[in-house]
Design a binder for this molecule. Structure first.
Ligand code: AMP
Length: 191
C-alpha cells in the first residue's frame, strides 16, 4: 500500500492537493477536518462537542480523531493506499497512527510537507472564509490561534517523520498544477 501524509499549516493547500493525489494514485482520502464537519452537519453528539472547539481553532481530542481514522482504515483494507490530510496533528496522534497501521501490517510510505509562509496562509484562509462559510476561516484571531496550535502541537511532527527518514518538504506557493506535479514526482521516486 501507498500511505501518504500530507502535512502543512492551515491554508497550505492540503485539501486541494489531497483530492488530486487521491485521484491520480487511487488512494482513499481521509481528512479528519471533513469527517468532523460531517459530524457537525449531522448534529451528532460528537459533532456538537467538536464544533465548540473547531470554531475556536482548538484541536479535538486525540482519541476521538484516532477512532475515526481507525474505522476509515478498517473499512478500506483492500484499497491501494491512504492519503491522510490534517491528521496526525499531535505526536500522540502520530504514535497512535503507527500503532494502528502496524495492526494491519501497514506503515507510512512518505510524509509530504507543504511549505507556505504565514502572510500567504492568511490571504488564502480569509479568501476561503468568504466562500466556504467556515467560521474558523472568517476571523483573524481564530487564524492566529490555529497557527499557534500548529506551531506548538503539530510542527514537532516534522522531526518525528524526519528521524524516520520519510519527510520531504515541497514549496507550497505557486500554481496548483505545478505543486501537484512536484508532489507526484516525490511520490513516484519514493514508491
Ligand atoms: P482542518 O479542516 O484540517 O483545518 O480542521 C478544522 C478543525 O477541525 C481544526 O481546527 C480542529 O479543531 C479539528 N481537527 C481536524 N483534524 C484534527 C485532528 N487531526 N486532531 C484534532 N483536531 C482536528
Amino acid at each position: 500500500m501507498l500511505n501518504i501524509i500530507l502535512f502543512g499549516p492551515p491554508g497550505a493547500g492540503k485539501g486541494t492537493q489531497a483530492i488530486k493525489l487521491s485521484e491520480r494514485f487511487e488512494l482513499i482520502h481521509i481528512s479528519t477536518g471533513d469527517l468532523l464537519r460531517a459530524e457537525v452537519k449531522a448534529e451528532t453528539e460528537l459533532g456538537k462537542a467538536a464544533k465548540q472547539l473547531m470554531d475556536k481553532g482548538i484541536l479535538v481530542n486525540d482519541e476521538i480523531v484516532t477512532g475515526m481514522i481507525d474505522s476509515k482504515i478498517n473499512q478500506n483494507l483492500i484499497a491501494k493506499g491512504f492519503i491522510f490530510d490534517g491528521f496526525p496533528r499531535t505526536i500522540i496522534q502520530a504514535e497512535s497512527l503507527d500503532t494502528l497501521l502496524s495492526k494491519y501490517n501497514l506503515s507510512i510510505t512518505l510524509t509530504l510537507a507543504l511549505a507556505v509562509d504565514e502572510e500567504e496562509l492568511y490571504k488564502r484562509i480569509s479568501l476561503r472564509g468568504k466562500v466556504s462559510g467556515r467560521i474558523d476561516d472568517q476571523d483573524r484571531n481564530t487564524f492566529l490561534k490555529r497557527m499557534q496550535v500548529y506551531n506548538t502541537e503539530t510542527t514537532p511532527l516534522k522531526k518525528y517523520y524526519d528521524t524516520k527518514g520519510i519527510l520531504t518538504t515541497i514549496n507550497g506557493i505557486g500554481e496548483i498544477e505545478d505543486i501537484f506535479n512536484s508532489l507526484c514526482n516525490k511520490i513516484q521516486k519514493n514508491s
